[in-house]
Write a protein that binds this ligand. Structure first.
Ligand SMILES: [Zn+2]
Length: 155
């Protein structure tokens, strides 16, 4: 599949945000996490598209929506390869790769039921770390338990 064809699959938007280079199997997770189901603007998405590197990817386009830092951090946690493109009047005004934050505050729930953040109303806080294989993990500031991507539950 050439590039032209890939671009034809998902329509252009006049203004809004394109989330490109999402791992294909994470596309629906990003849609759910950003509550796009309830978004009243136009939302287009595609999965299992082929990028230039012949790696299957997902893409989401949301008109008239721009994301704040918290939402961008969420995207980075689920889809660390994602690129965000902001569009105004069909022009790209901003394009950048998401970056994993060093710490994650208040957006993720600790998976340890005994953690003080679950038993008392204390906001969660995690350090973003990588193990020796380069796998991203979140380490709870309070109970020091470490969770992998699979355990991540957004608040
Ligand atoms: Zn904890």
């Amino acid at each position: 599949m050439d590039k032209k064809r890939t671009e034809l699959i998902v329509s252009a938007i006049r203004s809004g945000t394109v989330i490109d280079h999402i791992p294909s199997d994470k596309t629906f997770q990003v849609i759910n996490m950003l509550n796009l189901e309830g978004n009243e603007n136009q939302v287009y998405f595609g999965t299992n598209l082929y990028s230039d590197k012949y790696i299957s990817k997902g893409i989401i386009k949301i008109s008239d929506t721009f994301f704040d830092k918290t939402e961008i951090n969420k995207i980075a946690l689920v889809a660390p390869t994602a690129t965000l493109i902001e569009i105004e009047d069909y022009e790209i005004t901003k394009k950048y790769k998401v970056e994993l934050p060093k710490t994650v505050e208040e957006i993720v729930k600790c998976f340890n039921p005994k953690c003080v953040t679950n038993t008392e109303s204390i906001p969660t806080m995690f350090k973003v770390i990588e193990d020796h294989k380069g796998t991203m993990k979140l380490s709870c500031h309070y109970c020091e338990k470490t969770m992998t991507k699979e355990n991540i539950e957004f608040l």
